[in-house]
Design a protein around this ligand. Structure first.
Ligand code: FEO
Length: 397
């Protein structure tokens, strides 16, 4: 089970090849995931994090192949969401007295979820645990992405155990970044950031700068999902600073749903107009009813502007667009512009309502949007192209 990642540290996690969704069905995981746990063997033996509950028995059985459980001196829980704490109950049946090092918020979460009076030891930023030749230093990182989150730093080998931060949902037999496809890893890392970390971007900037300000040598960053950053580990740290800083690419996402194709035709003609203004703008046309919501959110995050399109339906707009609005609202993206468009037959409220929702999402709404009655005729098709051109001009200002 174990895979040595350094002289002192062995990976003892679980690779979940068949995971297709995470957080229930909230987040798609097209490359599976892993729940990374680590065993440090110095004069003392330390387990960092566990795995998701469905793998609890397997985890404990395989951990026994690696170490006599009675020899584990400390458990460090950097974050206590069930994908990392889920095997604790099974493990603690065997070693009930072993101290669990976690933040005070972490203890509350563990007590609330597992209702166990384990031997908790609360730690905060700057607290240390000497384990022989090495010392572990704890660094609280609240709301990256839960209130309990903390990092642990192993000085002797300069390894930062960062839990969810810098992670990716990516299953691989080869644990390190330099032996996996860079493009895939970074695509998963930005999806992870957009879908999980982005609401806390202001805290990311502060925390990353705080850690960099400690001037700790960092040879590896070992997160709780996906690859371990061994080659150029600060590359992902720099990416986090970039992503946390109102990130956008020269991209417009046109996210629409359609009943009888009128709104789809509008979307495609608006895209023509945008590209006519600037052929370098990437325009992503996405039917929200057909594409994956987590991937759509990633495209919204990458975009400098978003156009939402829906026909008017029962005085409102279509369900798939309503769902995307809810996800976008919670993500609290900054520095994005937008507007709306859609077809209608008689009442035609959708465009106005969509623009109100975009404003509620924190977007700068740049115009009143564009409506089309029934099916676009030649004049309306030209209107859509002109609208796209003018929209692209406004978001360039
Ligand atoms: Fe990977 Fe927030 O748990």
């Amino acid at each position: 089970m174990g895979k040595k990642i350094s002289d002192l540290v062995t990976w003892v996690g679980k690779t979940d090849w068949q995971l297709k969704t995470f957080h229930g069905d909230e987040l798609s995981t097209n490359h599976g995931s892993s729940y990374n746990a680590y065993l440090i063997r110095d004069e003392k033996t330390v387990l960092i994090d566990t795995v998701w509950q469905p793998f609890d028995k397997e985890f404990v059985a395989r951990l026994k192949e690696e170490v006599n459980l009675q020899d584990i001196d400390y458990i460090v829980m950097c974050h206590n969401e069930v994908d990392h704490s889920g095997a604790l109950v099974e493990l603690m049946r065997e070693i009930p007295e072993t101290p669990i090092y976690c933040t005070a918020a972490g203890e509350k979460i563990l007590r609330g979820m597992y209702h166990q009076d384990w031997n908790y030891v609360n730690v905060k930023t700057g607290d240390t645990l000497n384990i022989g030749k090495s010392t572990l230093t704890f660094i609280q990182a609240p709301f990256l992405h839960w209130p309990d989150t903390m990092f642990a730093y192993l000085d002797s080998e300069a390894i930062l155990f960062s839990n969810d931060a810098f992670g990716q949902h990516y299953a691989t037999e080869s644990l390190f970044n330099d032996v996996n496809c860079k493009e895939e890893i970074f695509a998963e890392a930005i999806k992870y950031y957009a879908n999980i970390v982005a609401p806390y971007s202001n805290l990311v900037t502060k925390k990353v700068n705080e850690v960099l300000g400690m001037n700790l040598p960092i040879h590896m960053i070992a997160p709780s999902h996906g690859v371990i950053w061994r080659e150029n580990p600060t590359e992902i740290v720099e990416k986090y600073l970039e992503w946390a800083n109102d990130y956008q690419e020269n991209q417009v996402a046109i996210i629409y749903d359609t009943m009888w194709n009128s709104t789809r035709i509008m979307a495609e003609c608006i895209a023509d107009g945008i590209r006519k203004f600037d052929e370098n703008i990437k325009v992503k046309l996405i039917n929200a009813a057909k594409e994956d919501k987590s991937d759509i959110l990633t495209e919204v995050y990458r975009s400098k502007a978003v156009l939402l399109g829906s026909p008017t339906y029962n005085h409102g707009y279509l369900y798939s667009i309503a769902g995307m609005i809810e996800i976008i609202k919670g993500s609290a993206f900054k520095n994005k512009k937008g507007s709306a468009f859609g077809s209608y037959g008689w009442s035609g409220e959708a465009v106005k309502k969509l623009n109100e929702e975009l404003a509620a999402c924190g977007f700068e709404v740049v115009d009143d949007g564009l409506k089309c009655i029934w099916i676009p005729d030649e004049a309306m098709i030209e209107n859509c192209r002109t609208y796209g051109y003018e929209f692209a001009k406004k978001i360039a200002e």
